[in-house]
Design a protein around this ligand. Structure first.
Ligand SMILES: [Fe+2]
Ligand SMILES: [Fe+2]
Length: 316
């Protein structure tokens, strides 16, 4: 009987043992300055792709010339700069609100969360400066969804546990993008790759802190609230997806403007279908299917991992 109990306890899923002090130490070790990554002679090289093919998915559009595919890759990279800047607009106030009540508590915890917020503010600036450099050389305008403040307000109106899950998904998504498709790609523009690398370096700590944040909020919620937070997470995902699908339409217009290319009906349909799924995978599927994200969702509400995994193919 004792053996059975022990076995059951050993296999029970538990929250990861991340520690604030360790995360804080890592954050202080990797810290970098935006000024060292862009400007002062450092600019994007428009002869090269900016995003890895796993995210851009321009190669299936084989009716485009090689040069046109690079232009589309760059328009998608412009989205990446804008979209990350946009999501950081709601991550920053959310993290600050979470840290506010604990200012007199555990020192490492407070400092880790304040660093998290400070880094996100820095990332907003990072993405903004790269975007300015991009538009300076690209010349043709790239339309974007927004405004970011309105999207941030809509997201933040949801239950904090649902918002924290969305943020956690974004943090793991960033890890996956870099490790699985960027780190070993020798073809990317070195400047854009450096942005992605430096963002990843700090987001590694955010993924852990956000897991601790989800755990803290989850432990203060009832079983019903935790189950509802999974619905809330999916509602925010649906809202973001609507915006992203609008962005794909904008990208199509931006692409036609930049290249002057005409499309047949068949090519238009193919372009939109491929780019819609590429965009869904980039910002939703790659995070939603991350094993660490699914493990946390399951700890929040048993059954959530299976439910979310069943939805992933829509965003792949
Ligand atoms: Fe960030
Ligand atoms: Fe982050």
């Amino acid at each position: 009987m004792e053996t059975l109990t022990a076995t059951k306890t050993a296999t029970k899923a538990v929250w990861p043992a991340y520690e604030f002090q360790t995360v804080l130490d890592a954050s202080e070790r990797v810290n970098w300055r935006v000024e060292d990554l862009i400007g002062k002679g450092k600019h994007l090289d428009f002869t090269r792709p900016f995003l890895p093919e796993a995210l851009a998915r321009v190669q299936p559009l084989d009716f485009l010339t090689l040069r046109e595919r690079i232009v589309l890759n760059q328009i998608r990279a412009h989205d990446y700069l804008y979209t990350f800047g946009l999501v950081e607009e709601f991550i920053l106030p959310f993290v600050l609100d979470h840290a506010r009540p604990m200012l007199r508590g555990n020192d490492a915890r407070v400092r880790a969360f304040l660093n998290f917020a400070g880094e996100e503010a820095k990332h907003i600036d990072l993405f903004r400066r790269f975007r300015a450099d991009f538009l300076d050389s690209f010349k043709s305008p790239c339309d974007v969804i927004g405004p970011p403040e309105a999207i941030a307000q809509a997201v933040l109106s949801k239950h904090p546990l649902a918002v924290a899950l969305v943020i956690l998904q974004i943090e793991w998504m960033t890890q996956r993008h870099y490790l699985e498709s960027i780190a070993d790609d020798p073809n990317l523009d070195p400047q854009f790759k450096s942005l992605l690398k430096h963002h990843w370096m700090e987001e590694s700590q955010h993924a852990k802190l956000d897991t601790l944040m989800v755990q803290a909020i989850s432990e203060s919620c009832s079983t019903e609230e935790r189950a509802a937070a999974i619905d809330g997470y999916l509602e925010i995902g649906g809202m973001l997806d609507t915006g992203l699908m609008q962005q794909v339409q904008f990208d199509f217009e931006s692409f036609k403007r930049a290249t002057g290319r005409a499309f047949t009906t068949e090519e238009t349909e193919r372009f939109l279908a491929v780019q819609q799924q590429a965009t869904r995978w980039t910002y939703i599927g790659s995070g939603m299917s991350h094993k660490n994200f699914l493990a946390t969702a399951e700890l929040v509400s048993p059954g959530a991992a299976e439910r979310l995994a069943a939805i992933v193919p829509l965003f792949s």
